[in-house]
Each structure stands twice: as C-alpha cells, then as structure tokens.
Design a protein around this ligand. Sequence first.
Ligand code: ADE
Length: 232
Amino acid sequence: MKIDIVTIFPEIAEAPLRASIMGRAVESGAVDIQCYNLRDWATDKHHKVDDIPYGGGPGMVMKPEPFFAAVEDLREDNSIVLLMTPQGKPFRQATAERFSQESHLLILCGHYEGVDHRVVEALVDEEVSIGDYVLTNGTIAAAVVADAVIRLIPGVLGDERSTQEESFSGDGDQIEAPHYTRPAEFRGMDVPPVLLSGNHAAIEAWRKKSAKSRTRQNRPELFKKRHDSDEA
Ligand code: ADE
C-alpha cells in the first residue's frame, strides 16, 4: 500500500513514521509512505499557501491552487483523497480497516482556519476528523490515521490476532479486558488468579466479563449501544 501526506509541516508527519513498528513497516516495504511539502506546489515567489477569508473573519484560509496542483501530480487511478479536518467524519477503527484495503491514500492536511472549500468539493473523497477537538494542524491527525491503517496491513504486526481481538474491532462497541505481566505480585497487588490457572475457558470467560464491565465504566455510550442492540 502507498500513503502520501501533503502538508506544510512534512517533518511533523515524518518523525513518527520512522520509529518502531511504522519504521519497520516502511523498511520492509509493506507500505510506501512519502511526506510532501505543499509549498513545493505554490508558484509565487514566497511560496504562499494561505490568504485572507472572503466575507471577513479571523485567521487565514489555505489557497486552492497548491492543493489542486499537488493532487493533480500525486493522484493515481485508484487513489482515495482524504482531507484531515475537525469538520470531517469521525475516524474509527472500522474506518482504519476500510482504508487498509485501499492501494493508495493521498492525505491532505489543513491548517489555519481551514481550506478553500473548492478543494473539498472538487478533490476530496472523504473529510476525516480524529476527534472532537481542534489541533493547530492536520498533520498530527494524518500521522494518527497512517499509524492506525499501517498496523492493520497483514504482516506488519507480529501476531495477527492482536488486531482481531482488540478494542473497537468487530462491531467496534467494546474495549478489551485489562492486561497483566510478571511479577504475579507487585507492591501487594496480585494478578487475577484465573490468569495464572492455565484454564483457557475460564480465562476467556474472565476476559469477556472484564471487557464488559470496563466498557460500562469507561465508555458508557458504547455499552448502551451494544446493550440496546442485544435487546433489538
Ligand atoms: N485538524 C485540526 N484538528 C483536527 C482533527 N480533530 N482531526 C483532523 N484534522 C484536524
């Protein structure tokens, strides 16, 4: 799979992609990821990428021309063009799973007050938000999307089961059970004895029950969704 990120801060996107699992995925060739500087498509002397908003208001708006030029250069027949913006559709595990099936993601990062809406209308397949808060720039959000997608590519994680049984997988409405490792006793706190029992059925039952109570406590809205659909 190929991921291209277009941003005015390529260094912000590049750093997390070089380390750890993502770094290994890039090195192994499981993913080809490139970060481009939007200013390289600005044709004026100062490589200007923003301008004042029509209709007035605070801040600056990103100009359409550099985005159009960048997308026209980088887009391929099977590309999905994403724009990172707090006004986008919420990014979820199911979105990551869907994107991981694509051959080319071309991710555009917004900045300032927003991006000229003609970019959205003419170039963008999906506007994506990573959560209900506003970052200074979409670049960190693009790295979040890249990370969530790359780890789902077969072979990137050592153990495929880790993506099948984790939080938000499947119906996306449950978080997983707590985890423990050695030592079995630490500062007076014991690992739940069932996890040391070797009884796989009992361990599975404990994990199901713990996942349920943790979901109810930390994510009551998910718990309600699952519970309501159980009744339906
Ligand atoms: N840019 C600024 N805030 C964002 C968010 N929450 N998601 C995606 N892109 C953004």
